[in-house]
Design a protein around this ligand. Structure first.
Ligand code: FEO
Ligand code: CA
Ligand code: CA
Length: 636
């Protein structure tokens, strides 16, 4: 049954609408009556905007004129909009007394980088301090291009370079404010914070203390260092930030002959050649094999408390994590939807045991440690089931290596294999349409589908050599904690004019490839971001699609319109609006990236010098602040 906002808000067991509505910007626009009065200070501009602006009730959901494809070294947005680069790699985040200026030649030290914006921006979230005028912007820095990070790139390698590369990963928390329509960083700020691949973390949940999590440096298996390859994200109803650790295997030096567990998790000699292990031996799995198990988790961060130790929430399972988007059951429990971005991996959901309590992180500090983890199985008839990942259930027994729940969450891939979950085409972000109760997940692509000795096409992943990707959506039976669901495809991506049937999409409107980031704004617009890699872009069947883009889609009709085109060879990723929907933050990752992912420092990019536009300058990941010239609501 369709669930609307009123139903969800009325069922709030906390009796504290302020907490829930502040936590999820997507919910704020729909508060009514007494609740609106309670948060009037925060919401009044928003409610005003909704009353007067065009929206679902008063006009088409999407009102802007779409932009054409482009390969220009610029960010293109529709007529009447501005897109201003801000919050770039290397800017000081505003830690009081420690704000080293960015040096464009890559000569900032590792210590500088530890208090500067990281590289390769990914998912982001806005947490209001004063509604839509001042807030915290929290964002992931997924990985580094070490060719651009250091003055002489990777020609030499050292402990200092290792430390700088570690420092350029992780998460930034910055305070930002709007004045006269322009946003800037508040510096210094008591909230400003960098969390890096070297920051202290706490390990919580069923894997905490497990034998596979113990290392020489941490015999307790409860304290680790660092979060890395932070890709997509989530926001909890109690106002914290969730960040997913994606391709952690790239950073480790593994054995020539990995064991079965290491092989299943992609550990290999020298990883993706980050060379961290040469100067930081915890990344050498030959010396410290269990350090590898301490990554691949969803990490919870309270952005309001800069002294808070981030927590690895192992009850949510280990994966090459993407999004961790949340929903709430009618009785107030939190549900987290998660994709694992690797070919033939799975979609997961976690349902908390306990309801959310009022009082922010302090009142919910263990909420994500207790609950039930499931993995999805999509049947050919359009039905689906959530298979419980619980030690002692079905094949998850001692004989198969699952004696406790710690075993299950550390080896969630092996557990999901045994349960017969559906092997998907690289699940990326998840999003929840709270109007309809439908959950969306991007399946970005999977060129291995149908290849020799690889799984063939199935109903949910219907295309062999799937280079274009698709978006799947489902509706739970009953509430969000339902064990069964019905599913369909929102779209098969790709140009409907494509000559090759397997790459032909059914997009209604502007075609695109490789959907990755997705987010519903408070009006119900589905924003879709793309990540076609530099190795395929602009060639063959990608030729007509230009650079990576962000589009707006109407979930009811499927109509899709191109809203933003990024600079060449970038990924467009990370999107959220202020509660009043008059400012949108979008991240541009790795503009001008070389197909090898490692740039030449003497010739930083032959594709892009965005955002500076100075010939030969190092391109920089940055946030783009999108506004309407008339101050109106984005997308109308
Ligand atoms: Fe980091 Fe799966 O994109
Ligand atoms: Ca992604
Ligand atoms: Ca991607």
């Amino acid at each position: 049954m369709a669930k609307d906002y009123g139903e969800m808000e009325d069922s709030n067991p906390s009796g504290n609408p302020y907490i829930r509505n502040l936590a999820d910007p997507a919910r704020r626009v729909f508060v009514r009556g007494g609740m609106a009065a309670a948060v009037a200070g925060v919401l009044s501009p928003l409610l005003g905007g909704c009353a007067t602006g065009p929206g679902p009730a008063s006009g088409p959901l999407i009102g802007f004129k779409g932009v054409p494809v482009s390969t220009a070294d610029a960010v293109t947005v529709p007529e009447g909009y501005t897109a201003t680069p801000a919050f770039m790699w290397g800017e000081p985040v505003g830690v009081p007394g420690n704000m080293p200026a960015f040096r464009p030649d890559g000569s900032n030290s590792a210590a500088d980088q530890e208090v500067q914006m990281g590289m390769h921006h990914d998912a982001l979230a806005y947490f209001p301090l004063e509604g839509s005028r001042r807030g915290l912007l929290v964002m992931n820095h997924e990985y580094t291009d070490d060719g651009l990070l250091h003055t002489d790139g990777t020609r030499t390698w050292s402990a200092e370079k290792t430390r700088k590369s570690i420092a350029a990963h992780g998460v930034s928390v910055i305070e930002i404010e709007e004045r006269g329509g322009a946003w800037s960083m508040v510096r210094p700020s008591r909230y400003a914070r960098r969390i890096t691949a070297g920051s202290p973390m706490r390990i919580a949940g069923p894997a905490a203390g497990h034998a596979m999590m113990r290392t020489t440096a941490d015999p307790t298996g409860t304290r680790s260092l660092g979060t890395l390859n932070n890709c997509a994200n989530g926001v909890t109803p109690w106002g914290t930030y969730l960040t997913g650790e994606e391709n952690f295997a790239f950073y480790f030096n593994g054995p020539e002959k990995p064991d079965a567990h290491q092989r299943r998790w992609g550990l290999r000699p020298r990883g993706r050649n980050y060379r961290w292990h040469e100067h930081d031996e915890r990344f050498d799995a030959l010396k410290h094999p269990n350090e590898f198990n301490r990554f691949g988790w969803v990490v919870e961060i309270d952005p309001m408390d800069p002294s808070m130790t981030p927590v690895k929430r192992t009850a949510l399972g280990r994966a090459a994590h993407e999004g961790a988007w949340t929903a709430q059951t009618r009785d107030g429990r939190v549900v987290v939807y998660m994709g694992e971005d690797a070919a033939f991996e799975y979609i997961y959901k976690f349902v908390s045991r306990d309801p959310v309590r009022p009082g922010g992180f302090t009142a919910n500090r263990e909420l994500l440690d207790h609950g039930t983890l499931y993995v999805a199985r999509f049947e050919a008839d359009g039905s689906g089931r959530w298979l419980e990942l619980k030690a002692g259930t079905g094949p998850l027994n001692a004989e198969n290596g699952f004696t406790n729940q710690g075993d299950v969450v550390i080896k969630s891939r092996q557990a999901s294999d045994l349960l017969g979950a559906t092997k998907m085409d690289r699940p990326e972000w998840t999003a929840v349409d709270t109007r309809t109760g439908e959950i969306y997940c991007t399946l970005t692509n999977n060129s291995q589908r149908g290849a020799k000795d690889r799984p063939g096409a199935d109903a949910a992943n219907p295309r062999r050599n799937n280079v274009m990707g698709q978006i799947i959506k489902w509706k739970e039976q009953g509430d969000f904690d339902g064990r069964a669901f019905t599913w369909t495809h929102f779209v098969l991506a790709g140009d409907p004019q494509n000559e090759r049937a397997e790459a032909r999409g059914n997009v209604k409107g502007d075609p695109y490839a490789c959907p990755d980031g997705i987010w519903f704004d408070a009006r119900g617009v589905l924003w879709i971001q793309t990540d076609a890699h530099a190795t395929v872009m602009y060639k063959g069947e990608f030729a007509r699609l230009g650079s990576n883009v962000m589009l707006a889609a109407d979930p009811a009709t499927g109509d899709t319109r191109r809203f933003l085109v990024g600079p060449p060879n970038c990924e467009v990723t990370g999107v959220m609006c202020t509660p009043d929907l008059r400012t949108m933050f979008v991240n541009i990752q790795h503009p001008g990236e070389t197909p090898t992912d490692r740039s030449d420092p003497d010739h930083p990019s032959r594709f892009s010098s965005w955002p500076s536009g100075v010939a030969g300058a190092r391109p920089r990941s940055a946030t783009v602040v999108v506004r309407r010239r008339d101050g109106g609501i984005i997308g109308t």
